[in-house]
Design a binder for this molecule. Structure first.
Ligand code: UT7
Length: 331
């Protein structure tokens, strides 16, 4: 019997309507379009303005988009993995809520949290469930309402992130398409450099933590950049070498959208021309768990069955890695 591989068979996406441009940010903090564009590549990002909507809203919209486009009956879904760094609330699984809301009544669901690598690590998990033969339809959603954890007076973080969600359906494939290889890593020594200090079990919310503004993202950008630029290139190159493929054989790099300079450095190391690199950072900024599936959502029509894709990410923790996948359908 041939080995079962786990293929992506459909994608969906959603970004909120409100567009926060660099020009608007110029009126909020001491920054300018030229700095943001040259240092990050970002021109605008989407923000979920509704006060009563959390990450689940973004995830549900992305999942519904996928289900509708692919004509999938949600009751056939076996499991829903919600990759996120911004769950609706602590303790209650946001994934469980999302699964119920989209009608995945026969699924089990949970949240997977690995900061900006949440979706990448989720791809590995989804693939393993499929490859085991235990499940036939695994829906992986990457969603983050980053605006809920940002300080819009801190120019070093608020210009970077945006809100959004993307989804991918994983199913068994008997033609050898889908996930081929992975290399995933983490290093807890990195947690001081990209974090939210308070609100977790280490430093629960208090008057003090509120006063000290410890419930928002802190990033030592320079240090994170140094690690990200090296690690993402290392693991992406490893996928090529280990699988005996060259930049010529590769059709697409699907990189985490944290900084255009990191994306370009990774592509250079892989000897890839610009037109083989998926990019939407200029439109959405860094949407954390949603960057990879939003790339698929935006580029789906250009993808062809058999295309070689390398996904790569780097995020808080630190967490990072790469996955090599063969695309399974023409749209
Ligand atoms: O997705 C998770 C992983 N995250 C990443 O991979 C992000 C990695 N880091 C980065 O992308 C970059 O480090 C940033 C985009 C965050 C910052 O870019 P940078 O080139 O590393 O800037 P910097 O922190 O070295 O700051 C350079 C200067 C500083 O001024 P001085 O000290 O040279 O006078 C900053 O105060 O730029 C200043 N600066 C700004 N100026 C205008 C910092 N933020 C801004 C801003 N507008 N928004």
């Amino acid at each position: 019997m041939s080995k079962i591989t786990a293929a992506i068979t459909a994608v969906g996406g959603y970004v909120p309507d409100y567009v926060l441009t660099n020009q608007i940010l110029e009126t909020m903090v001491d920054t300018n379009d030229e700095w943001i564009t040259t240092r990050t590549g970002i021109k605008e990002r989407r923000i979920l303005k509704d006060k009563d909507k959390g990450t689940s809203f973004l995830a549900i919209e992305a999942a519904k988009d996928l289900l509708k486009k692919n004509n999938t009956d949600p009751s056939e879904i076996d499991m829903v993995i919600l990759a996120t760094a911004t769950p609706d609330m602590p303790v209650a699984s946001t994934g469980a809520y999302v699964a119920t809301e989209i009608g995945a009544v026969n699924a089990f669901s949970y949240d997977l949290s690995a900061a900006c690598s949440s979706f990448l690590f989720g791809m590995s998990v989804a693939a393993k469930y499929i490859e085991s033969g235990s499940y036939k339809k695994v829906l992986l959603i990457g969603a983050d309402k980053m605006s809920s954890i940002l300080d819009y007076t801190d120019r070093t973080t608020c210009i970077i992130f945006g809100d959004g969600a993307g989804a991918a359906l994983f199913e068994p494939n008997n033609e050898g398409l889908g996930v081929q290889d992975e290399f995933l890593r983490s290093d807890g020594g990195g947690r001081e450099f990209l974090k939210i200090d308070a609100g977790g079990s280490l430093l629960p919310p208090s008057e003090e933590t509120l006063k000290n503004n410890q419930h928002v993202v802190f990033q030592d950008g320079k240090t994170v950049f140094k690690f990200a630029v090296t690690k993402m290139a290392d693991v992406s190159e490893k996928m090529l070498v280990r699988n005996n493929i060259t930049g010529d054989d590769l059709d697409w790099l699907v990189p985490h959208q944290a900084n255009n300079r990191i994306i370009e450095a990774t592509a250079r190391r892989m000897k890839l021309p610009e037109d083989k690199v998926m990019k939407n950072i200029h439109r959405y900024g860094n949407t954390t768990s949603a960057t990879l599936p939003l790339c698929l959502f935006d580029y789906e029509k250009k993808l062809k069955k058999g295309d070689n894709l390398v996904f790569a990410s780097f995020g808080g923790g630190f967490t990072w890695g790469a996955i090599y996948l063969k695309w399974a359908y023409n749209s």
